[in-house]
Design a protein around this ligand. Structure first.
Ligand code: ZN
Length: 401
């Protein structure tokens, strides 16, 4: 309603003119979506209008014309884009479904896997554009409707559910499988369980290398020879007077197969800290624990002076295995020294375990005392030299033979 006072002319009253009219709010406002910037072609559309624009007439009218042309072009472009996207989505979905059907029949080869992962990636991209637009829209709605609008969250949650759905299975991903290794693992898992009909009951262990699921040493051997092993050119000497458990530990340390905190973290184990318990300052890797750690360095330097060796420079565990060959002069002293090096590695690992699992802490000097004791005990009981003297062993063990 509009009220206007007319000019007083012949009467002593000013006439009021009341007019009623339908309010015209104009055309629906044009809304720009942030996701457009990332779509291919957007910049070209804008450039096609702005570059070479002919500025004539009054500046405000000129600007108005410019914006209108830009709006029309953008509208046309985004409609084209969305139509293409829908087409594309349909064919991608079809292709992905075909691959998944194929996957249930056989193992996919690398190129087929690639197609599958590319389809998934492109579908996710399309979904991302849409969810960004929806998010922007819902923010606008929030501004006017308050906090009641949850449709955005519902649509995202439902989208996630739909993506993870597989008939008969409910996935609970910690993170979406995305790397080629993860996708490979997922497929081999799917092929493992494809024929399986679950009839209830408890899980049990089965030996996969054998058709009957029964373990045999023979099968294990052939598995070991067929599978990938870490490459090392260090020859491990298995002959010696330390027990097998100690040799196996050293061998694992040499191949970086110890369950150190860094390795556990890599495999998804959640730990309160990945710092070394011996020094509390650096990451616990195999190399750090046995060579770089200040605590280990002190132990090695005390072992050096006990065995009267020149300073040991070790950068990884395999360097320790060379010490006996490099530093001992006779065959016998090599034999003894190799065992002492193994015992030292063993003691460092045990000190680490005692600190973590038993809350017990020894000083480096105490660890070295236990190295002397353990090695004396093993040497005395596991070689033919039964009568060796404890005092001689403590003074200089390499003179014994
Ligand atoms: Zn350390």
């Amino acid at each position: 309603m509009r009220v206007r006072a007319l000019i007083r002319e012949h009467s002593d009253h000013a006439p009021l003119c009341i007019s009623l009219c339908d309010t015209n709010f104009g055309p629906k406002p044009f809304r720009w979506f942030d996701s457009w910037i990332d779509r291919p072609g957007c910049e070209d559309v804008v450039n096609s209008v702005l570059i070479g624009w002919c500025n004539d007439g009054p500046a405000d009218l000129n600007l108005l014309r410019k914006l209108r042309t830009l709006r029309d072009k953008l509208k046309w472009w985004i409609n084209e884009c969305r139509a293409k996207e829908n087409e594309n989505e349909k064919s991608l979905k079809q292709e992905k479904e075909d691959m998944e059907w194929l996957m249930e029949q056989k193992d996919l080869d690398e190129s087929e896997l690639w197609v599958w992962s590319e389809c998934s990636k492109s579908l996710q991209e399309i979904e991302l554009y849409r969810s960004r637009d929806m998010k922007q829209k819902s923010w606008v709605k929030w501004a006017s409707l308050g906090d009641e609008n949850t449709s955005f969250f519902h649509s995202v949650v439902n989208g996630r559910k739909a993506r993870n759905a597989l008939p008969g299975l409910e996935w609970e991903w910690r993170s979406e499988p995305s790397s080629p290794e993860e996708i490979n693992e997922l497929f081999s898992l799917l092929s493992d369980i494809y024929d399986y009909v679950w009839k209830g009951g408890n899980d049990d262990w089965r030996w996969k290398a054998d058709a009957n699921g029964e373990f045999s040493v023979n099968k294990a051997k052939s598995l070991m020879f067929n599978c990938h092993r870490p490459i090392t050119n260090i020859h491990m000497k298995w002959k010696g007077w330390v027990p097998l458990k100690c040799k196996i530990m050293v061998w694992r340390a040499m191949l970086n197969l110890m369950p150190t905190k860094v390795e556990l973290c890599k495999r998804g184990v959640t730990l309160p800290s990945d710092l070394c318990n011996l020094c509390d300052s650096e990451l616990e890797t195999t190399n750090h624990l046995f060579t770089g750690c200040v605590f280990a360095v002190e132990i090695w330097s005390r072992v050096e002076s006990w065995c009267r060796l020149p300073p040991i420079f070790a950068f990884d565990v395999s360097d320790f295995l060379k010490i006996a060959n490099l530093q001992a002069t006779s065959k016998h002293s090599r034999y003894i020294l190799r065992g002492i090096v193994f015992t030292t590695l063993w003691a460092i690992w045990n000190e680490r375990n005692d600190r973590i699992f038993k809350g017990k802490r020894c000083r480096a000097i105490e660890v070295v005392e236990s190295i002397k004791m353990i090695s004396y005990f093993w040497f005395r009981n596991r070689t033919r030299l039964k009568g060796i003297d404890w005092n001689v062993w403590c003074k200089y063990p390499l003179v014994l033979m």
